[in-house]
Design a protein around this ligand. Structure first.
Ligand SMILES: [Zn+2]
Length: 286
């Protein structure tokens, strides 16, 4: 039994809105790390369309029950059934079936799970169905990997990304919490080199190592945009914060944080980045 409570609320609202305005597309590509949720959302839409209850979709009327148990003649599902691929032998009969008029409803639903497993011939067989179905059909392809879907398929479907703005990793969440915008996050996509240099710089500061000034200048070269510079200062603060909360370097952390806050103020008075890091390195050694 399919669980239409485990759906993406956001995408369901979007689809319901399209349905209410009579603007449902012929074909969708649902992209979700959680394929089960995406499939449930597809079933939810089929229920919304066919439900005879008051609060559509109720999941309890005869139509909903038929759909959710996989027995509704107008809601068809294709999935790999344990095989590595979805072959043309699985697509062709359904294509013929879908050329017929709906049995009970005004529209049929054709769901394909693991669409990334479609073979090239199977995908090609689907193309005209996706573009202009003979009979009223809503095709919903479901995948967890949009990169593995043929461009010809992608261009013929309305792509709905379930994970967008959803699951940020810890690093992204930290950056957002500290005032970076989503656009800025893109600029901070690959900070491996900078991250390493920040780490060296911080360690060298704590060790009162002469190399700290050298690292500071390397950082100045690497962090050549305002976003990157803000990122460097934030990372230093997070290191200091961590030390402050540790039992080992508490005092160093506290002192470092104090300096970094001072540097923030200097930054607001338009002191350039190089001078800020120099100031930090020199002041720390004293
Ligand atoms: Zn119902």
């Amino acid at each position: 039994m399919i669980d239409i409570n485990n759906i993406s609320r956001k995408q369901a609202d979007f689809l319901a809105n399209a349905y209410n305005k009579n603007q449902l597309a012929h074909s969708y590509l649902f992209v979700d790390n959680d394929e089960t949720r995406a499939l449930n959302t597809a079933y939810w839409l089929a229920c919304l369309f066919n439900c005879t209850g008051e609060n559509k979709p109720d999941g309890t009327c005869i139509n909903c029950q038929q759909i959710l148990s996989g027995n509704h003649p107008d809601v068809l599902l294709v999935k790999p059934e344990g095989r590595q691929t979805l072959g043309i032998d699985q697509i062709r009969p359904l294509k013929e079936e879908l050329a017929k008029s709906p049995v009970e409803s005004t529209r049929r639903f054709f769901l394909i799970k693991d669409a990334q497993k479609l073979t090239l011939p199977a995908a090609n067989a689907l193309l005209n169905l996706l573009e202009e179905p003979v009979a009223p059909v809503v095709s919903i392809l479901i995948t967890n990997n949009v990169d593995q879907i043929l461009p010809t398929i992608r261009s013929r479907t309305q792509i709905i990304k379930f994970n967008e703005n959803e699951k940020r990793d810890d690093r992204q969440s930290v950056l957002i919490e500290n005032g970076f915008s989503v656009e800025e996050l893109e600029e901070l996509d690959d900070t491996k080199k900078v991250d390493q240099e920040i780490k060296y710089f911080y360690q060298e500061l704590l060790e009162r190592n002469d190399l700290a000034l050298v690292s500071a200048h390397k950082l100045v070269d690497l962090a050549n945009t305002t976003v990157l510079q803000n990122y460097v200062l934030l990372m230093l603060k997070l290191y200091a914060q961590k030390d402050l909360e540790s039992s080992m370097n508490q005092r160093a952390g506290a002192r470092m944080l104090e300096y970094l806050i001072e540097i923030d103020k200097m930054k607001f008075s338009n002191v350039n980045f190089r001078s800020l890091l120099d100031y930090l390195a020199l002041k720390w050694r004293r």
